[in-house]
Ligand binder design. Structure first.
Ligand SMILES: C[S@@+](CC[C@H](N)C(=O)[O-])C[C@H]1O[C@@H](n2cnc3c(N)ncnc32)[C@H](O)[C@@H]1O
Length: 227
């Protein structure tokens, strides 16, 4: 398995339970350091820092003859959309092509695409933005931690500004905002076609519920390389 934008190794740990080999990377050195600690001692897992846009993995198999073999994977996964951080067309094209290039014949590419339903997108285009708030366990002192997200998106380009606020009790502990670009089905189809991939399934969640354009809160696409 090749995992793109693995972050702190949240999904890597899950994949490592059943895959013979997991190769995972992220752009952030800090995140890779956390993932390495989390997966220490798992010799079938390789973690490194790389940029998705320039990924080119090869195995130097025979050093005497300097033969290079490109590394190809049965499964390429992108959990919680690392592509969303690439807002420019050229960056997205390069990153998508890199994912496609690393697929073995018949291999699958699972893209957990940043996606909002039409209603959510309408809200995100409105004056208040799309607000999502959820309690996620405990803060460092055992108090409740609440994460409040505000998404403001341009309906045409689907480029958004996402603001995350981490609240512990009445206090804002951290705030961060970043640009993110949502996928449309049209963009997904276009990039699949350009890279010789076929979209073989669309799910609305990791429980494999079917994707519904008007109600699904996420879009998980399975793409396959031709043989
Ligand atoms: C929303 S996080 C998801 C992390 C992880 N997949 C998970 O589900 O926990 C997106 C990740 O993409 C990474 N990322 C963003 N741009 C990247 C790039 N150009 N190359 C590699 N990773 C990138 C970020 O550093 C971040 O860890």
């Amino acid at each position: 398995v090749l995992e793109l934008g693995a972050g702190t190794g949240r999904a890597t740990a899950f994949l490592a339970r059943s895959a013979a080999r997991v190769v995972a990377f992220d752009l952030s050195l800090e995140m890779v350091a956390i993932a390495r600690r989390k997966l220490a001692g798992q010799s079938h897992v390789t973690l490194f820092v790389a940029d998705l846009r320039d990924l080119a993995l090869d195995d130097r198999f025979d050093l005497r003859f300097e033969l290079r073999f490109d590394l190809r994977f049965d499964l390429v996964v992108a959990v919680d959309d690392p592509f969303s951080h690439l807002t420019g067309d050229d960056d997205r094209a390069r990153a998508f092509a890199a994912a496609a290039r690393h697929l073995a014949p018949g291999g699958r590419f699972l893209l957990d695409a940043a996606w909002l339903s039409p209603r959510a997108r309408e809200k995100a285009a409105g004056p208040e933005g799309l607000v999502r708030e959820r309690a996620t366990g405990k803060g460092p002192g055992g108090e409740g931690l609440v994460v409040r997200q505000v998404w403001r998106c341009d309906p045409e380009s689907r480029v958004c500004t996402a603001r995350f606020e981490y609240r512990i009790g009445n206090r804002t502990a951290e705030e961060a905002s970043f640009p993110a670009r949502l996928w449309s089905l049209g963009e997904l189809r276009r990039r699949a076609r350009a890279n010789g991939l076929a979209i073989t399934a669309l799910w609305g969640g990791y429980d494999r519920r079917p994707w519904m354009r008007s109600t699904s809160s996420r879009l998980i696409a399975e793409l396959r390389a031709g043989r």
